[in-house]
Design a protein around this ligand. Structure first.
Ligand code: GLA
Length: 377
């Protein structure tokens, strides 16, 4: 019996029925494209959220987390969007969605443990909701799988928690496979697995978590989404997926609209370029596309932060082939692709740059493409 099961037993005086888990993700490329019906190319990473759980029969949901001081207890029948705040919302959201979908479950005890840094742009909140949706649907006897699992977790985030996010995180966390990146078309949710094993070419993918956490992130995200939708409308298009650079140059857009749209259109193109390069293991092209993506997110989409720019610059000076912010931006993490032989030099270079700028020491770790949500034991 593992530590999590023992802890569950000491909290609830019963054994868990099982342990389920879901990973964090990094997006290789395709940022702020998913809610514009565009292309994304994420991978699952090794840090995961684990959930030990047992069913209840009294209509109550009780939750504990190894990382949080406060526990919660709610009546399932009383769950409604906007009623729950804090980390409990990410646990109650999937429970509410499953009941809306008619799943037969009458309560549960849940203990959560996570090693995904929260707020680091690695999708810890989507991982939690996917893990809970999988856990609760399994306890109800009908485990949600694949896109159904992703869409249940996405509905929890948008309708219950109230964040207007795209589908990328939930889809890759539900479907991701070891050694592959997922090329997802957000317009129709069609997808393809592409090989992503940089280690076979002597390369490493590093995450640099800058430790910056911006409170404006949610508002900034919603504002960018609204601007993109307004730009598409001004162009008379259903979404920016149908736009081209020529159309943007001649169309009736305001200044921020034009630059936001230019990022989205050029980023979709970069995703395709990286997807083609992955098929030939052409990592030099991938590195260049990472840099171009970062510049576009910094200058046109304006979602970078000085710490993210510093991490990208220092990684490049330390020998990276390419680096970019990953996730929504406004703080969080950068990914850097480098030869494994240059990894230590890069790490010390980034650490030294943060040190001389008077910033906290960034957390730097190597990631590999890992498996998606699953029943562990
Ligand atoms: C967050 C959202 C995703 C996506 C990214 C930006 O991670 O949850 O849907 O929009 O930001 O690419």
């Amino acid at each position: 019996m593992g530590q999590l099961q023992r802890r569950f037993e000491s909290l609830t005086a019963s054994m868990p029925a099982g342990v389920w888990s879901a990973p964090g993700r990094v997006n290789l490329i395709g940022e702020h494209t998913d809610y514009n019906r565009g292309l994304v190319l994420p991978i699952c990473i090794q840090p995961r959220i684990f959930v030990a759980a047992a069913p209840r029969v009294d209509g109550r949901l009780r939750g504990w987390s190894v990382q949080q001081e406060d526990a919660f207890e709610v009546e399932l029948a009383e769950l409604a969007p906007g009623r729950i705040s804090g980390w409990a919302a990410y646990v109650c959201g999937p429970a509410w969605v499953l009941r809306e979908l008619g799943a037969a479950f009458s309560g549960a005890d849940l203990l959560i443990d996570s090693d995904i840094p929260s707020g680091g742009g690695l999708s810890s909140s989507a991982a939690l909701q996917v893990a809970i949706a999988l856990t609760l649907s399994s306890l109800a006897g009908r485990p949600l799988e694949g896109k159904k699992l992703a869409l249940a977790a996405h509905r929890s985030e948008t309708e219950f928690v109230g964040v207007p996010c795209g589908v990328m995180d939930q889809v890759v966390i539900s479907l991701g496979r070891h050694g592959t990146a997922l090329l997802l078309d957000s317009a129709d949710l069609s997808f393809k697995f592409l090989p992503f094993e940089p280690a076979r070419s002597g390369l490493s993918l590093l995450v640099i978590d800058t430790g910056t956490r911006r409170h404006l992130r949610q508002e900034g995200y919603a504002e960018r989404r609204a601007t993109c939708e307004a730009a598409a409308q001004a162009l008379g298009l259903p979404s920016l997926r149908e736009a081209s650079l020529d159309l943007l140059a001649s169309g009736p857009l305001s200044d921020p609209q034009r630059r936001r749209a230019r990022h989205v259109v050029s980023e979709n193109d970069r995703v395709l370029r990286v997807a083609r390069a992955l098929e030939r293991s052409d990592f030099a092209t991938i590195g260049q596309a990472f840099l171009a993506s970062h510049r576009s997110l910094r200058d046109d989409f304006e979602v970078s932060a000085s710490e993210l720019d510093l991490a990208v610059e220092a990684a490049m000076e330390g020998g990276a082939m390419g680096a970019r912010l990953t996730g929504a931006g406004f703080g969080g993490s950068v990914i850097a692709l480098a030869r494994t032989q240059d990894r230590d030099r890069l790490v010390s270079h980034v650490a030294a740059a943060f040190n001389s700028a008077g910033l906290v020491h960034p957390r730097i770790f190597e990631v590999a493409a890992s498996g998606g949500a699953r029943w562990d034991e």
